[in-house]
Design a protein around this ligand. Structure first.
Ligand code: SAH
Length: 229
């Protein structure tokens, strides 16, 4: 990408038209409220981040439906409800400053987090997805997002500790490295379970007495895989 210029996105493109318009987005907000999302900051952010710019143009008209969408390389962008729920859980104990996300994918969840916390560190194992996300952040003017091409199951040691960690791919067990890189009082939100089987959204929190685990609801995610490509 060296030196390549990125054309900024116009306000018109961000606002969207037709199925990507503010009216369509407001309908999504209603749906998120109905499903139990109550954090107003999260709802406001979900309404303002242009999800249609994080998927292929052919899918733009479906981008404010409450469904997961393909993002290429066999990966998916989670449904808005799940993005909102995980974000709400991560923020529920205060305002984390440094947040690690494992699984950048399209960059949509990263963008949501970047509005709500000070610094986002996001790790992706598939290089073409990371490169595309990087271009989107640049075009949209995000400057508190730091990216790494690596196996995020090992966290991001050089940048640790983190106030909060979110994993957007399902781990069979909670990776030890992530718990180690979590600051005391920190929160870790991740789906746990095998692919194709029932997976559960877990919230882990760390305090002086140790690690508390809470199983919250069933979810479906692509698997957390080892190595990077
Ligand atoms: N948060 C993303 C979700 C993408 S799907 C979004 O908003 O679009 C999950 C992503 O996790 C995929 O891009 C997948 O390549 C990535 N992933 C899976 N295992 C990983 C690992 N060990 N390290 C980093 N990323 C991983």
């Amino acid at each position: 990408m060296g030196g390549e210029s990125v054309r900024a996105v116009t306000p018109q493109q961000i606002q969207g038209i037709g199925m990507t318009s503010q009216r369509t987005r407001n309908r999504l907000l209603l749906r998120l409220r109905e499903r139990g999302i109550t954090d107003e900051k999260v709802l406001k952010t979900m309404a303002s981040v242009p999800r249609h710019l994080f998927v292929d143009e052919a899918l733009a008209s479906r981008s404010y439906e409450d469904t997961a969408l393909p993002i290429g390389n066999g990966q998916t962008l989670s449904q808005p409800y799940v993005v909102a729920r995980m974000t709400e859980l991560l923020l529920a104990a205060g305002s984390p400053q440094r947040v690690l996300e494992v699984g950048t994918g399209s960059g949509y969840q990263t963008a949501i987090l970047s509005h709500l916390v000070e610094e986002v560190f996001s790790v992706e194992r598939i290089e073409p997805l990371l490169a595309q996300a990087r271009l989107r952040f640049k075009a949209l003017g995000y400057c508190n997002i730091h990216l790494a091409h690596a196996d995020g199951g090992w966290g991001w040691l050089e940048e640790a500790p983190f106030d909060a960690i979110m994993v957007t791919a399902a781990a069979e067990t909670v990776p030890d490295a992530l718990l180690e890189q979590l600051r005391p009082q920190g929160r870790l939100v991740l789906p746990v379970g095998k692919q194709g089987r029932e997976q559960v959204l877990m919230l882990l929190s760390k305090d002086a007495k140790g690690v508390h685990r809470q199983a919250l609801e069933s979810v479906r995610f692509v698997p957390l895989l080892e190595g990077f490509i």
